[in-house]
Design a protein around this ligand. Structure first.
Ligand SMILES: *Cc1c(COP(=O)(O)O)cnc(C)c1O
Length: 836
């Protein structure tokens, strides 16, 4: 879309300031009919629910947009309030409809209006595609942050990319994962608003050239670039019934109208047009890698595209109000970098301030190093981003110059802090030497930021003592912890209405915005009547989950059995294998007739594997093969079931976590930075079986040892054990484990697919297995047995379940955001909006 850019005077207020829209069933029904018949042009022959879904979205959207405008006006007051910007390559939003209804406070009138029209919300909601613009935890965290910031009325703007294809859809064929493209925008989305007037121009390639400025200083030009346009699309982010609607601004790439004249004149018309396509491709697809970096050029393009577009957008707004005076810029702006993915922003802000706005190095650095803040999300070395210097020089030459200069000045500081310590200078350099020089993006982030945080207490501690130790010694004051959370609006109120109603009946509705109030539930755990109702609701949720599993996997789960669930990305460190070894152990016990006092179990595993991650894909295949054997064995019957749920995503989790009894959080200690799935399960009354890893530690602290099934080595013990790890000796010394391994080795689960699991067996039995799966197996089996026994006492289990919910208050992103704000962003919350 191109628009005329001639500016006219401000439109009259009769055009822009309208009377408020009705929030009652009657007004909603009237608008619904208007949109269905007039705007969408449908009639009595229309059979597709989809158009009714669209009519409802348009109805709700108007109500979001009027609050959105008021929120913008409030942020603009007094020359603009201090703001924070959350830069993230991923926002895993899921569906927006239920959330919009809840946060607008129109669930009841909408349901009534739909009922009167003979429609149900459920069938309409099913029409919406998940906005799957993220891989897993990191992207979902960004989405939960947005919800909490709007609810807390914090002026925080999300910046991300509007991928045309989100996270791939996963199908299972012959037990193997098959990836299908997720063209979620095929029929467009009504939730966002295109803002072509705020389009930005992004440079790539070309060369740099020095010149003398009028005042005698040296200046730099970035010339002969291949430019791409960044077009913003705004998604409204409503706070919980508070009249506030914040903005998530996602950039979409578009070609400029210029052709490469040289190609064009050489008669290479198609090459010139082809180059346009390359430009348009930048935001085509989300990289489906979770916690590993693939080092692809397009990925670096995406990162720079996001950073540059967002910074230019902020500076554009700054200049509109303040002109070229940047003296207060750092006082009014703050950028939170979600992992290293957007950290090129450090160099880009330097470039924009110096090359486009004429600041000197010191002034530009003084601003940049005060406004950037960096969140680290992983300790896995394979996840630490490094970009080849060669690629940088070719794609972003001016940025490389700036990174070299930052590094030179930084290394001088290191040298003066530790005179003569050459080793340390090499270790801390932003440029890694070696066969190919690489830029260390995490170090660039640390050097350029005012704050560096991990995402759970253990993780932040390990960062300081391990990965970033040198930096911690230099700047201890930069380092801090911000334990993750999830939003209880989506993960309780919206996805578990039965439980939410019971909680509100017991303690009032305050928990929806102050999750700590859930503590008031604790005394109710001793009330048999309350427990009975709690169990009834859990049972209903299990029935709902069982029908999803039957529909998607063809496996029947008996809702009387314990529902034992592990859903998350497939990754060796998360140890889905450990879970499978336990399932084989239960199967083996059944086959041996060791079933006295048996607790029936239904085990659910779900998650996507990165398309290039061979081992993770083999683990999916193994899960499906084991499931086939177990589920078809009449001797096993209802004692044990195993299912692999295809296409795990936000919308699936909204059904899964309310229906779970036992939450599997079994990563190798020291490897899971925080986890957030663990929090969603806890809030919905699942009991955790887990290691002392990530936020599990804090979950156990909150709920108490007696309401948590702990097993396994600690992070410190893991590091010690590595030195003399001998899994074969453990297997030989433990008859149960030996039988599990024998079943696997004998091909019991791959009778007609000889050898396909050899790589898995090899890694389990290797003394170099980084995940120490066999080391934790005995302890895991024992904790699982404790869980089984506990589940037999249904009253006791209900008590544990209620207490898990009751003590989950800490894990709201409302708390997380308040900590970011108090210690890093320092924003003023907006006063209550007139329109709630
Ligand atoms: C919460 C969530 C995650 C993160 O799960 P972890 O168990 O913390 O890895 C990943 N994907 C989806 C769809 C989620 O909702």
């Amino acid at each position: 879309m191109t628009i005329q850019t001639v500016e006219r005077s401000t439109p009259a207020s009769w055009l822009t300031e309208l009377p408020p829209l009705g929030m009652d069933a009657k007004s909603i029904a009237a608008d619904f009919r208007h949109y269905f018949s007039h705007t969408l042009g449908r009639d009595r022959h229309t059979k597709y629910t989809y158009y009714m879904y669209e009519a409802l979205v348009l109805t709700l959207r108007d109500r979001l947009w009027e609050r959105w405008k008021n929120t913008r006006y409030a942020y603009e007051a007094d020359g603009g309030v201090r703001r924070a910007y959350y830069l993230s390559l991923e926002f895993l939003m899921g569906r927006a409809l239920g959330n919009a209804m809840l946060n607008l406070g129109v669930s009841e009138p909408v349901n009534k209006a739909l009922y009167d029209m003979g429609l149900t919300l459920e069938e309409l909601a099913e029409c919406e595609n998940d906005a799957g613009l993220g891989n897993g935890g990191l992207g979902r965290l960004a989405a939960c942050f947005m919800d909490s910031c709007a609810t807390l009325r914090l002026p925080v703007i999300g910046y991300g990319l509007r991928y045309a294809y989100g996270m791939f859809r996963q199908r299972i064929e012959n037990g193997y994962q098959v990836e299908e493209p997720d063209h979620w925008l095929r029929s467009g989305t009504l939730w966002d608003l295109e803002r072509p007037e705020y389009t930005q121009r992004i440079k790539f390639g070309g060369r740099t050239e020095g010149f003398m400025k009028a005042n005698g200083d040296m200046g730099w030009r970035w010339l002969d670039t291949h430019d791409v346009l960044a077009v913003p699309y705004d998604f409204p982010i409503p706070g919980y019934q508070n009249g506030t609607v914040n903005t998530l601004r996602l950039w979409s790439s578009a070609a400029t109208d210029e052709f490469d004249l040289e190609d064009f004149n050489a008669g290479s018309y198609t090459d010139a047009v082809g180059a346009k396509n390359l430009a348009e491709n930048i935001t085509m697809v989300l990289y489906p890698n979770d916690a590993t970096e693939s080092g692809k050029e397009l990925r670096l393009r995406q990162q720079y595209f996001l950073a540059s577009a967002s910074l230019q957008d902020v500076i554009r707004q700054w200049v509109r109000v303040h002109g070229e005076d940047f003296s207060q810029f750092a006082a009014k702006n703050c950028f939170q970098l979600n992992d290293t993915h957007p950290t090129i922003a450090v160099a880009e802000l330097m470039r924009l301030l110096m090359d486009e706005h004429d600041l000197g190095w010191d002034a530009a650095w003084s601003i940049t190093s005060k406004v950037m803040a960096y969140t680290n999300h992983t300790l896995l070395p394979e996840a630490l981003e490094r970009w080849p210097v060669r690629l940088f020089r070719q794609l972003l030459p001016r940025l490389l110059d700036i990174i070299y200069e930052i590094n030179a000045r930084f290394l001088a500081e290191v040298a003066s802090h530790w005179p003569g310590d050459i080793d340390r200078q090499g270790r801390m350099s932003l440029i890694e030497e070696g066969y190919e020089q690489q830029v260390r993006m995490a170090y660039l982030a640390i050097v350029g930021s005012i704050s560096v945080n991990g995402v759970a207490a253990l993780h932040s501690e390990l960062l300081q003592q391990g990965l970033f130790r040198d930096f911690y010694e230099l700047w201890p004051e930069k380092f801090n912890n911000k334990t993750n959370g999830v939003t209880q609006r989506r993960w309780m109120a919206s996805c578990n209405p039965g439980m939410s109603a019971l909680i509100t009946e017991a303690i009032g509705p305050g928990w929806i915005t102050k999750l700590d109030e859930l503590r008031k539930l604790a005394p109710h755990a001793d009330d048999p009547k309350f427990r009975a109702r709690w169990r009834e609701i859990k049972q209903d949720n299990k029935v709902r989950l069982a029908s999803l599993i039957e529909a998607d996997c063809g496996v029947v789960f008996n809702p009387k059995a314990m529902f034992d669930v592990q859903v998350k990305r497939m990754h060796e460190y998360k140890r889905q294998l450990l879970n499978l070894l336990h399932v084989i152990h239960l199967y083996d016990r059944i086959k041996r007739g060791d079933t006295a006092n048996w607790t029936p179990r239904c085990v659910l595993i779900g998650g996507k594997a990165a398309p290039g991650y061979y081992m993770a894909k083999q683990i999916i295949k193994l899960t499906n093969n084991i499931a086939k054997v177990i589920n078809n064995d009449p001797e096993v019957g209802d004692k044990l079931k195993l299912a692999f749920l295809p296409n795990y995503r936000v919308t699936a989790m909204e059904i899964i976590c309310p229906g779970t009894d036992l939450s599997e959080q079994i990563s190798t200690a020291g490897k899971e930075a925080s986890g957030t799935g663990n929090m969603k399960f806890m809030m919905n009354g699942a009991v955790t079986i887990g290691t002392l890893d990530g936020a599990n530690i804090e979950i156990r602290e909150e709920v108490g040892d007696e309401n948590f099934f702990l097993f396994g080595l600690t992070a410190r013990q893991v590091e010690e054990r590595r030195r003399d790890y001998n899994p074969v000796a453990i297997i030989n010394a433990d008859a149960d484990i030996a039988r599990i391994m024998h079943l696997l080795e004998s091909g019991h689960f791959n009778q007609f697919e000889k050898g396909i699991f050899d790589p898995i067996l090899h890694s389990l039995t290797s003394p170099h297995d980084p995940w120490l799966t066999i080391a934790d197996l005995r302890s895991f089996i024992e904790a699982q047995q404790q869980a089984s026994l506990a589940y037999q006492d249904q009253e006791k289990w209900a008590r544990m379940s209620i207490l898990n919910t009751a003590f989950s208050g800490k894990f709201s992103t409302d708390r997380t955001m308040q900590e970011y704000n108090a210690e890093i962003w320092k924003l003023q919350a907006l006063p209550e909006m007139p329109m709630a």
